[in-house]
Design a protein around this ligand. Structure first.
Ligand SMILES: Cc1ncc(COP(=O)(O)O)c(C=O)c1O
Length: 456
């Protein structure tokens, strides 16, 4: 009876909705294809999502690494309720409100620092990650424009990087699935090899791989001297690109090279910021401070919020004709109040340490599985951000996307939500809420194991 209700709900949904980042044909089925069932969700409960049919699913990916504290966390819910009954929305142009100011103060207080460099000193808000990236790109361009450096119109980005879906953010992304169709519309970006340790040549260490990528960056910067506004990158982990990870050396070298060429560094920490990797910020571990630090996703713990932190030298962007970027919901009081609560809870409950410890437990469990199954080509992780590749053959690393899809379906049938990179890569992205309990990690490992053996 309840299951029928879920079926009716699916039909109602498919009648009227177009789902994001989805090939709708997969849900409709037909032409000999079985439909991939949408999962109607009724509510959330910690690390679990509960379907309309009452089934419980362990959330192994936190809605693409967004949810930090599990679903319906009482402290976040209380912060929302308190703010909603005080002041839910007022535009930040011409007005000021406590959550926006206090959150900015708090963010700047915890932002990464470097002894020799002015600290991040100003915050600009937006309401989603892509918009936050647009803010940084436009501001970097605008700064050079104000100085009469009109040849500086280009950005450098990393191969396999991802920064969002709006046209500017898409232009500096290099995941073909999202980019290909819109390529003719995009501003010019120059792509430099990723330091991704998975791409290390035979006999090359991750450090040497990072050195090689940094060398390529140096050559590109030299070839385009005076034309580049900024280098944008995801520090340490390319999440959407398949949880690909690199050695910290790259970030330090990139910082030096940007300084040498008078180019800004934009660190997109929309995915890695706020504790997932085991430190509050991914650049902090490497002692690197960018001129622009973009944050979103986890900052709002489920509410739409993005913040872009900058150094004081950028401030005069506003001097000439102002900096007119604006999205209506840029730091509404409601998400800003949640952002404040998120920081309070992370620091008070030491969630960064928890992410590091639980990440080790999860990675060790996956590595143990890798020792038993040839089809697990690679396991990598930083804190509670992990990637796992399923391959047809470990030596050639040929991906096995069909196996990955079968495993994902079995996981769902066994009660766990997973995320497989689209486009035939056979990669699982794993990012459970930081509140997940050790026993739930073990359960997740058990489910994955069972799903894998059923799918093989
Ligand atoms: C590193 C990174 N930057 C930017 C974005 C875009 O954020 P949004 O989806 O909120 O626009 C994402 C989203 O996954 C991301 O992972």
């Amino acid at each position: 009876m309840i299951a029928d209700a879920a079926g009716r709900w699916r039909a109602r949904d498919l009648d009227v909705l177009w789902h994001p980042c989805t090939q709708m044909r997969e849900h409709h089925g037909g032409e000999g294809r079985a439909a991939l069932p949408l999962v109607p969700i009724e509510r959330g409960d910690g690390a679990w999502l509960v379907g309309r049919d009452g089934r419980r699913y362990l959330d192994a990916v936190s809605s693409w690494w967004t949810n930090l504290f599990g679903h319906a966390e009482p402290r976040i819910a209380a912060a929302i309720a308190a703010q909603a009954t005080t002041l839910e929305q007022v535009i930040l142009a011409g007005f000021s409100h406590a959550p926006a100011v206090e959150l900015a103060e708090r963010l700047l207080g915890i932002a990464p620092r470097e002894a020799e460099r002015a600290p991040l000193a100003k915050v600009f808000y937006a309401d989603n990650g892509s918009a936050g990236v647009e803010v940084a790109l436009k501001m970097a361009f605008h700064w050079f424009h104000n100085r009469g450096e009109h040849r500086r119109t280009k950005f450098i980005a990393l191969e396999n990087g991802y920064h969002g879906e709006t046209l500017g953010a898409l232009a500096v992304g290099d995941v073909p699935l999202y980019r290909r169709v819109y390529a003719p519309l995009l501003l010019e970006a120059l792509f430099t090899p990723s330091p991704d340790a998975y791409l290390a040549e035979p006999g090359e260490s991750p450090v040497q791989c990072a050195e090689r990528a940094a060398d390529a960056l140096r050559i590109l910067l030299e070839a385009h001297a005076g034309e580049i506004c900024a280098l944008i990158l995801e520090p340490r982990v390319q999440c959407a690109g398949g949880m690909r990870m690199h050695d910290p050396l790259y970030l330090r070298r990139a910082r030096e090279l940007c300084d040498q060429h008078g180019v800004f560094l934009i660190a997109d920490e929309i995915a890695v910021g706020f504790g997932r990797t085991g430190t509050l910020f991914a650049c902090e571990r490497d002692g690197v401070v960018p001129q622009y630090l973009t944050l979103s996703k986890t900052l709002g713990a489920g509410l739409p919020l993005a913040a872009m932190l900058t150094t004081p030298e950028i401030e005069d962007v506003a001097a000439e004709r102002g900096y007119l970027f604006y999205t209506t919901h840029a730091s509404d009081p409601l998400p800003a109040a949640v952002g404040l609560k998120v920081i309070e809870v992370i620091l008070r409950d030491r969630f960064t340490e928890r992410a590091a410890a639980l990440g080790t437990r999860l990675k060790d469990g996956l590595v143990a599985l890798q020792q038993r199954y040839e089809c697990i080509g690679d396991v990598r992780g930083r804190g509670l951000l992990l990637g796992l590749d399923l391959v047809k053959d470990r030596r050639s690393r040929t991906p096995d996307p069909e196996l990955a899809q079968r495993v994902a379906r079995e996981c769902l049938a066994l009660g766990m939500m997973t995320s497989v990179v689209r486009g035939g890569f056979g990669i699982f992205r794993i990012a459970p809420p930081l509140t997940i309990e050790p026993g739930e990690i073990d359960l997740g490992l058990e489910i994955f194991h069972k799903a894998l053996s059923r799918a093989l």
